[in-house]
Structure formats: structure tokens, C-alpha cells
Design a protein around this ligand. Sequence first.
Ligand code: FAD
Length: 310
Amino acid sequence: AYDMLIVGGGPAGAAAAVYAARKGIRVGVAAERFGGQVNDTMAIENYISVLETDGPTFAAALEAQVRHYEVDIMNLQRAERIVPAATPGGLVEVHMQNGGVLKARSVIVSTGARWRNVNVPGEAEYKNKGVAYCPHCDGPLFKGKRVAVIGGGNSGVEAAIDLAGIVQHVTLVEFADALKADAVLVNKLKSLANVTIHVNAQTTEITGDGQKVNGLGYKDRATGAEHHVALEGVFVQIGLVPNTEFLKGTLELSKYGEIVVDAKCHTSLPGVFAAGDVTTVPYKQIVVAAGEGSKAALSAFDYLIRQPVL
Ligand code: FAD
């Protein structure tokens, strides 16, 4: 059995693995895809101390640092279920899709999240070529250009306000007949001179020239009229879905499906900790996930040294 088993190998899981391994305990990392979301990222310009890098390079560096220590890396392994310890301080079981069962005295869940896609023609084709999901990450790439934000909830309206300060013009497209964000945000958005808002507007396609995005098509749901807006970028802001389907009924999740954690990354299950995008911790960023991963490992280690046998 492992002293600490980390489920998920993104920035949170990798940081947890490094911190745990340096305590000289038995550590394993089981991940469906080591590196996580950063594999899908082009430019990373906001990881402190690294001026600029790209996702695959960053993911390879995460893996190299974890491999530097004695950590069992089990890549391409998907967890399907967690079974709590039968007795306090006992072994937690992680059941894998391949039928295997991994046992550990403590578990860190760092299975991350995924952005909800709008699923229109052009979205997949132009991902990272004008189609973006994270305004904090990719906003500055569109400085002085025209962008659209799809989604008029809090995250969409926050993104539009944020982007309006950087880009030339923002078009916000909302499917419903009104923006669903908090009134204070909606009022702020409406006060901005370089923002156009379309409600009752169904995004139909993201267009491009074969290389990059050049526009967005939407249908006015009231009149049925089709419109096309020329622009250089589209931010999809219709939700971030935590990868917690396999945990339902096992530990406490928020109404958004995030694992509820306290300031020390404890979950509602003794011996099970969580870190990164999969949790209730705000701001889903690499630097935040890495910090949380290190906290979860230290917290799990605190738990282990309080058990009768380590
Ligand atoms: P993730 O990176 O999501 O990693 C989750 C891990 O868990 C993966 O290894 C995954 O395979 C694994 N996993 C999931 N389910 C299971 C399961 N059931 N069993 C086993 N393993 C499982 N942030 C920035 O700070 N700067 C940026 O420039 C930036 N750009 C981004 C661009 C894009 C396109 C995207 C999608 C995100 C971007 N982000 C950026 C956000 C950043 O990538 C995330 O905040 C960060 O990766 C979260 O780390 P994490 O370890 O919590 O989760």
C-alpha cells in the first residue's frame, strides 16, 4: 500500500507528488493523462518565474520533476471509485477502470476540471487559434483586437469586463433573453463603451480563414435572423465542469460538483484530501493548483504522522 496516493497528474497532482516524495514516504500518482489541462495550452505567460512557455514543455517539466524522485507514476489510469477506510486511519481504496485496486493510507484527489464546449462548427478546429477559454490566461494575446464572449452568466460577464480593458471591442452573446450575472456586474458591463451585448442570441458557428478565427455567427432567436460578427477571438464562458463524477455520493461536493475543501485541503472524508481545479478553491490557474497541491501533500503528511504507525 502507498502512504500517499495522488489521483490526477496535472500541476496540482505533480506538486503534491514532489512535496510528498521529499518526506521519504511511499508515493504513487495515478493519472488518466499526466500533465492535465496544460497539455492543451499553447502559451503560458503567467506562471511565476517562467516568462513564457508552452503547454507540452510545461507538462514535460512537471513529469521530469516528479520522476526525479521515487514516485510510482501510473499514467493512462482512470479512477472509477473511492472506497473510504473501513476503520479510522485504515487504508482507502481507489478502484481503477482497468479493474485494479490501489490502496493507500492517504489519498489526494487532483482530477482537475474541463471547460464546457459550445459545440458549434469551428470551435474544435480553431481551439488555440482564436478560440480560448481563460481570459486571465489568453486575454493579453488579443490586445487591440476584437473578441466575442459566449455566455452571460457571472463568468462570461466578468470575462467581458476584464477583456474590455485590454482588447479593442467585446461582443457578448447570451442564449437566454437576459444576462444571468449579478446586477452589479451587468450594470458595469453596460457602462462600457466598447462592449456590445446580444441576448436571445444562439451561437451557430465560429468562422475562420483556415488558420485562425475571423468571426462568429449567431441567430437572433426572436426573429430567426442570422448574423455574422467579424472578430479575431472567441472566449467560451459557459462553465467549468469539475472531474468528480466518480466521487458522487462518496464525499461532499458543492452545487457545482466541486470537492468542498477547507484551507488545509481536507475533504469530508478522513484521510482524503483534494487540490486544484477539482475543488472549491477559487481561481482556476496553474500557479494556484500547484500551490494547493503542495498544501494538500503537507496536510496529508500531517495526518499520517498523527496515525499510530507511519
Ligand atoms: P488538471 O490540469 O485538469 O489535471 C487533472 C489531472 O487529473 C489530469 O492528469 C487528468 O488526466 C487526471 N484525471 C481526471 N480524471 C481522472 C480520473 N477519474 N482518474 C485518474 N485521473 C484523472 N492556467 C494558467 O495559469 N495559465 C494559462 O495560460 C492557462 N491556459 C489554459 C489554457 C487552456 C486551453 C486550458 C484548458 C486551461 C488553461 N489554464 C491556464 C488553466 C490550467 O490549465 C488549470 O488551472 C490547471 O491545469 C489545473 O491543474 P489541476 O492539476 O488542478 O488539474
